[in-house]
Design a protein around this ligand. Sequence first.
Ligand SMILES: [Zn+2]
Ligand SMILES: [Zn+2]
Length: 365
Amino acid sequence: MGFITHFRKRLYDALGPYGQGYFNRWRYRLGVLPRVDLGSLGSGSRGSRKACLVISADLELAWGWRYLRHTSDPLAVALRLAAETRRNVPALLDLFDRLDVPITWAVVGHLFLRSCRRRGGMAHPQLPRPPRFENEMWSFRRGDWYDADPCSDYRSEPAWYAPDLIRAILSAKVKHEIACHTFSHIDCSDQRCPSEVMDAELAECLRLARRWGIELRSFVFPGNFVGNLASLRKYGFTAYRWHGRHQLGMPQRDEHGLWRIPGGVYWEKLEGWSTAAWVRALRRCIDRALETGTMLHLWFHPSCERVNVEEVFPATLEYAALHRDRLQILTMGDLVRAMENEEEAPSRGRRASARRSARLAHDPQ
Ligand SMILES: [Zn+2]
Ligand SMILES: [Zn+2]
């Protein structure tokens, strides 16, 4: 990171959530946001491609928050957010069914389990633990990584298991995608996660998902801490969500051949915004995606405040539905398939013309 970028980020962080909300409101109002990553469009395709909308949800129940920093009782926060998630998911599924919107649910692997139990006094003894660490969001300083795991079942401890929610997602009318969010919500960054830990987490997720008949191909990094990309590749993943400084753009292949899908915009209403102003900004993002033939990716946590489920999300999707003829709504997996078809199309064209010239060469006329 260059000095200016670093300085800008420090300044932005120092504003705090309220200041950032206010600052971004002005940036949207002045038209500085949303920003389009023109470099990701590829030569000649600008404006010719159909715009698309991708939505992803990080489904983690209590797992995502148990090591939260800057709070006196992270476990209480985790349990409260798990309860909010359970309250919101049925309403979200109804909304997505009503408007025919498939989304990508990035699920923590432990949620596939109906139950688990301690063996030799240990939760999941076969899984290697991440070394102690602290990052901007979480602090794991003492005890065992699985200390919060109740080693019980989903009826007694619904904050830690979710076979019922996964069943509900799979039986929705619209065909959602289930993606991977690691087994125990680890920080995947190279400096904090040894590759053995990443490999074991991925292998466990693939094993559990397979029992549900699910093939995991897309990945979302917990806390958006990117790393261990070679492991993703090794375990057959094709794409991951990635957060840069643009709100709109197209996926690009990274140096491992994986699709880096821009994360776009955090969908939940932030502090300092009224619902109406935030919905207006989101609609402007959809308009820009339509104008530029780019992708808008909206991501959120199903533990979000109720105003999102009741007002922000329906208003956004109803607006998107008005433009359905020009706006595809895709899961991360669908988008990858579309990108790969697009990649193959020109080479198919080249092969066909090579065959044609070969035929011409043999044509005895
Ligand atoms: Zn467990
Ligand atoms: Zn998460």
